[in-house]
Design a protein around this ligand. Structure first.
Ligand SMILES: *Cc1c(COP(=O)(O)O)cnc(C)c1O
Length: 376
């Protein structure tokens, strides 16, 4: 990434490689074959741009997409006219018409939602939907008791076309967790009670738990965008995203001087401090600030591949980094890498006390997005 690659007037840029998104989908599809590999594109494809990412995935062969909301479903339909679209947040009151309008399927998470869907679409014949059963996450989904009640309600089931029975794992990023096996056992008990053409349990990290977790369909999001969620296992995907911001100034700062708000960082040696045009409003977590005297915590950026610690407080639009140790002097107009070849999503998330998912969905919202097709 060269400074001339950043559009004039932009303080930073997010670069997204669509060929790699497609390549990641193909790699995961091959890994889980003969199960189907769907794609989770909620939250604007994890911040990477639904309008670009969804068509790239469809062109790679993806036929099933998951979004969180009805607004996202309507958007998604414009970009993937022929695909199946599921809405993970389920059926909100008064939205059945809109779901039918964009031919999206709600992921029904309670008996009440099932009744609502059947009532509101009754005259239109049996309507396709997914059924979400809770197997221990206690977040969304029907309890075992609700599944039993539904299983005995032939009248209700008759009016429903259950295309998918799904559940979601709590600890899939920990391959050794007993919770995974427990949830699988509950899923095995509940699934046969419901009529459905297919079943799905795993997301990005769940699909790394092995074929026993694949069922008929897996639902990765994060891994498609290059994320490595699973602890101790490497998902066969390549990085997709980079974010860079301009260095606006470089200061020589003498020992004893402080840097940034609250004067929380005191320079201990003659230092060169670069001011980068990205702050917490650009997804640089304020929690990645570094106070002097504390070795613990604090994030980094990279300049020409050299890791440079964030010093002082991250502010809204600006972050100060220590570039003293970069081999050749760092100059104004150079770029600092927020995430990319040197700093992975996981590195950056870890340093900010969060996860790569949060980094990904918040990075560079006011930066232009540049799409590439490097592997094409
Ligand atoms: C977000 C989500 C996914 C995708 O999760 P990743 O970890 O990003 O792969 C799958 N299923 C459900 C129910 C989700 O909410």
């Amino acid at each position: 990434m060269r400074p001339s690659d950043v559009p004039a007037g932009a303080t930073g840029v997010v670069t997204i490689d669509l060929a790699r998104v497609a390549g990641n989908w193909r790699a995961l599809a091959a890994l889980v074959h003969p199960a189907e590999c769907a794609a989770v594109v909620k939250a604007d494809a994890y911040g990477l741009g639904l309008s670009q990412v969804a068509p790239a995935l469809a062109a790679a062969g993806c036929r099933t997409f998951f979004v969180a909301t009805i607004d996202e479903a309507e958007d998604c339909r414009r970009f993937v006219p022929a695909a199946t679209i599921y809405v993970l947040d389920g059926l909100l009151a008064g939205t059945a018409e809109r779901l039918l309008g964009c031919d999206a399927r709600p992921v029904l998470a309670s008996l009440a939602e099932v009744r609502c869907w059947v009532e509101q679409t009754g005259s239109a014949g049996r309507r396709p939907a997914a059924l979400h059963v809770d197997t221990g996450l206690n977040r969304l989904g029907m309890s075992a008791a609700e599944v039993q009640a539904l299983a005995h309600d032939m009248h209700l089931l008759d009016q429903l076309e259950a295309c998918l029975v799904m559940s979601h794992l709590a600890c899939a990023d920990e391959p050794d967790s007993d919770k995974n096996r427990q949830q699988r056992t509950v899923f095995e008990q509940l699934r046969p009670l419901l009529p459905s053409v297919s079943a799905s349990l795993a997301a990005s990290d769940g699909l790394m738990l092995g074929a026993a977790y694949h069922y008929d369909m897996v639902r990765p999001g994060y891994a498609l965008y290059g994320g490595q969620a699973s602890v101790g296992r490497t998902t066969p995907v390549a990085p997709v995203v980079a974010a860079h911001a301009r260095i606006l100034q470089v200061h020589d700062v003498a020992p004893g001087q402080t840097v940034g708000y609250a004067a929380s960082y005191t320079v201990a040696r003659p230092s060169r401090i670069a001011t980068v045009a990205a702050g917490y409003a650009d997804g640089v977590f304020r929690h990645a600030s570094r106070a002097s005297g504390s070795d613990a915590g604090g994030g980094s950026m990279a300049v020409r591949g050299a890791v440079c610690p964030i010093v002082g407080r991250v502010s809204m639009d600006l972050t100060t980094i220590d570039v003293t140790d970069v081999a050749e002097p760092v100059g104004v107009g150079e770029l600092a890498e927020l995430i990319g070849a040197t700093l992975t999503l996981e590195d950056v998330g870890h340093a900010a006390g969060t996860i790569g998912y949060e980094v990904l969905t918040r990075i560079g919202r006011r930066f232009p997005r540049v799409y590439r097709n490097d592997e094409a």
